[in-house]
Design a binder for this molecule. Structure first.
Ligand SMILES: [Zn+2]
Length: 365
């Protein structure tokens, strides 16, 4: 096809679809900066999580987000908190999500009993908050730790409780340990369960923690966990490669005071390609697989394409991010493979990391 740039050596596919991103309002990442970061990262669609301030758990807050994201080039979908008044079936809402919301077992049971739905997808940040600990056991740092099995127990707890009270589908977010993979492997045999991994959990382990940008929730696992995650992506147990883009302008260096999260939208493809080295696999898990979780098809069309250069190498520089998030544990890391251009709805919207202005439709001929 004709492109307004030299396309020798580039590979094109359906634009990326993210099941896990965060927007901040009130001075943090807003819809403008988040959209620019998404375009640079090659994404057409982001699924936002409900832990905004205030959380997306009322019609009023949801309506505020819907109006801020309406008519944009990137499509914004929503997951909403199950703990409020929403039903998980509102406009552009793709299900419930517990991401970033603390809950314990009694609250989970009570909520699932009340909110059971025939076909609502439950996105789960699986954590037993009954236990403290910002890192996993084994992490070589002097801070409170929780067992690595915490997540696996929470995954089982959510899915079993959900099945008992009538939820049909579950998507386990940001899986981090080999324990969880064993549980998910079992659950996939008895229920409709999918799962995702993040760029940081696939690339780093807890021995790599250098500063507070490495503080994420769930925390980084052991090197054996990391290897198990890579292996699980390759054999298909992990369905989706998500970004878990969690922007903060700057984090305090104090580990206990620093908020959780790493900014990843602009580099997600590169991280995944660097680790996995398999373009077809990365494309499938950033396009077809997330669309399937959302219950959508994704036909390849010349009007919607992302172009990547699989050969180019570069060093991540957070100062160049379009996102307001400056908290990336990948700052200074060399990656292979880069998103070069993005076309959405028939219009080129990004080239070489720069956002292109809206074009007037050119006359034919
Ligand atoms: Zn989470």
């Amino acid at each position: 096809m004709e492109t307004p740039f030299p396309s020798d050596g580039l590979v094109a596919t359906h634009p990326f679809v993210d099941l896990h991103a965060h927007v901040r309002l009130n001075g943090g990442e807003d819809y403008d900066s988040l959209e620019r970061a998404a375009l640079v990262g090659g994404f057409s669609t982001l699924t936002l999580q409900p832990n905004t301030k205030p959380p997306i758990e009322t019609h009023e807050v949801l309506e505020r987000h819907l109006s801020l994201s309406r008519g944009r080039r990137v499509e914004f979908l929503y997951t909403v908190s199950p703990f409020g008044e929403l039903e998980g079936e509102e406009e552009r809402v793709v299900g419930f999500s517990t991401d970033g919301i603390e809950y314990d077992y009694p609250r989970l049971v009570e909520t699932m009993k009340k909110k059971k739905k025939k076909d609502v997808l439950w996105f789960d940040h699986s954590q037993c908050y009954e236990l403290d600990g910002i890192f996993y056991e084994g992490t070589p740092l002097p801070f409170p730790k929780r067992p690595r099995s915490n997540e696996a127990i929470a995954v089982l707890r959510t899915v079993f409780t959900g099945l008992e009270y009538g939820f049909p589908r579950f998507h386990v977010q940001h899986v981090t340990t080999a324990f969880s993979l064993d549980v998910i492997s079992f659950l996939k045999g008895i229920a409709r369960v999918s799962c995702e991994v993040t760029p940081h959990h696939l690339f780093f382990c807890y021995e790599d923690i250098k500063n507070s940008n490495f503080k994420v929730n769930p925390p980084l696992g052991s090197s054996e966990d990391r290897k198990a995650l890579v292996e699980a992506v390759r054999r298909g147990l992990i369905d989706v490669l998500a970004s878990d883009h969690a922007p903060h302008s700057e984090k305090p260096q104090d580990f206990e005071k620093a908020p959780y999260g790493s900014s990843s939208l602009e580099i997600a493809f590169s991280v995944y390609y660097t680790i996995l080295g398999d373009l077809e696999l990365v494309f499938e898990k950033m396009t077809k697989a997330p669309l399937e979780v959302l219950g959508r098809g994704g036909t390849l069309s010349p009007d919607n394409l992302v172009f990547v250069d699989p050969k180019v190498e570069y060093v991540v520089d957070v100062k160049k991010f379009k996102s307001k998030g400056r908290n990336s544990m990948f700052d200074g890391v060399k990656l292979k493979g880069r998103v070069v251009a993005l076309k959405l709805h028939g219009e080129w919207v990004m080239l070489d990391g720069e956002i292109l202005p809206h074009q007037e439709r050119r006359l034919q001929g």
